[in-house]
Design a protein around this ligand. Structure first.
Ligand code: NAG
Ligand code: NAG
Ligand code: NAG
Length: 178
């Protein structure tokens, strides 16, 4: 083979190899849910389940005892470094408006990851049982651009301008193990 051919083969084959191995591993490590107002929100289940070595699924079942018409969600992302420290994302968005029109790029991406696993694909109001069932994060649904580390996505659910419950989900992200 001449050099050009070798280079061509390397260019064509290597990305394939990398692609197969660049399955960065994203693994759920903990889930904490807490109701601040049990007369409105009951946490029925909030648990991780190991499905396979690198596949951990999350189940959350929450009952809203009254309809919620005014929902904001505060999202904070933390990364472990001597305890969890704020990491890039910390803001609040209008959940009802978002469900009317998925228009926020970052939240939209998170929504894409969970929507097939959840019952929340509708507009406000929300009531009764709302769930996230057997949710797990496949490498292909995750951007590869974050550093290896332990992260937490902390969501505070605010109804009528008052925090009602939180769902904190922790995961580890490990870059290409090549
Ligand atoms: C708790 O929930 C009840 C509805 O069951 C609601 O009327 C009340 O405002 C809530 N309390 C707070 C502090 O949000
Ligand atoms: C997010 O911002 C609020 C103030 O807007 C602050 O109180 C809170 O500690 C911040 N959380 C993180 C994880 O940075
Ligand atoms: C909810 O699901 C329907 C049908 O699968 C889809 O057309 C719609 O875009 C989804 N809504 C959101 C907010 O993702």
């Amino acid at each position: 083979m001449n050099e050009k051919l070798i280079i061509l083969v390397v260019l064509l084959v290597l990305p394939g190899i990398f692609y197969q191995n660049n399955a960065a591993v994203v693994k759920l490590t903990n889930a904490v849910c807490e109701s601040h107002n049990k007369s409105w929100v009951s946490i029925d289940l909030c648990r991780l389940k190991v499905v396979q070595r690198n596949k951990v699924a999350l189940n959350i079942f929450i009952t809203l005892l009254h309809p919620a018409n005014d929902i904001s969600v505060k999202i904070q992302v933390v990364k472990k470094a001597n305890g969890y420290k704020p990491w890039l994302i910390n803001y609040t968005f209008d959940g009802c408006q978002f469900m009317r029109k998925v228009n926020h790029p970052l939240v939209g991406w998170a929504w894409k990851m969970i929507k097939d696993f959840s019952t929340i694909n509708h507009t406000c109001p929300y009531s009764g049982v709302n769930s996230l069932k057997d949710f797990w994060i496949g490498p292909e649904s995750f951007p590869h651009s974050i550093p290896t580390g332990d992260y937490g996505v902390l969501l505070t659910w605010i109804f009528d301008k008052k925090p009602q419950f939180l769902t904190n989900v922790y995961f580890s992200f490990t870059e290409d193990l090549l």
